[in-house]
Write a protein of this length. Structure first.
Length: 102
């Protein structure tokens, strides 16, 4: 299954104590393990986006929740289930486009 994950800040960035380096290290590991196939911001920078490959929504939620930004409570996330043809070759997206694909 493929899950499009929208990560949105819940606290102002100047209050985040988790560094970008910690997040990027986590992201690199997820890419190497084949769990995250695409990552980046929406074009309007309202969301962080990553595409997760997982066998269930619960597994995808565990992966998304392990993002250091989310685990530290600076972000929340929403999972949208997508078909492969919707994901491949897509992006960058605006927040409105992401919501339209529900």
């Amino acid at each position: 299954m493929w899950y499009l994950t929208l990560r949105q800040a819940t606290k102002p960035r100047d209050q985040w104590t988790v560094t970008l380096d910690q997040h990027l290290l986590w992201m690199k590991q997820q890419h190497q393990e084949g769990k995250i196939l695409f990552s980046g911001p929406t074009s309007d920078r309202k969301y962080g986006v990553y595409v997760i490959r997982a066998v269930s929504k619960d597994e995808a939620a565990k992966i998304a929740a392990s993002d250091p930004y989310t685990a530290a409570g600076f972000c929340s996330f929403e999972l949208l289930e997508w078909e492969v043809h919707q994901i491949m070759g897509c992006g960058p997206f605006t927040a409105a486009q992401m919501q339209a694909h529900r």
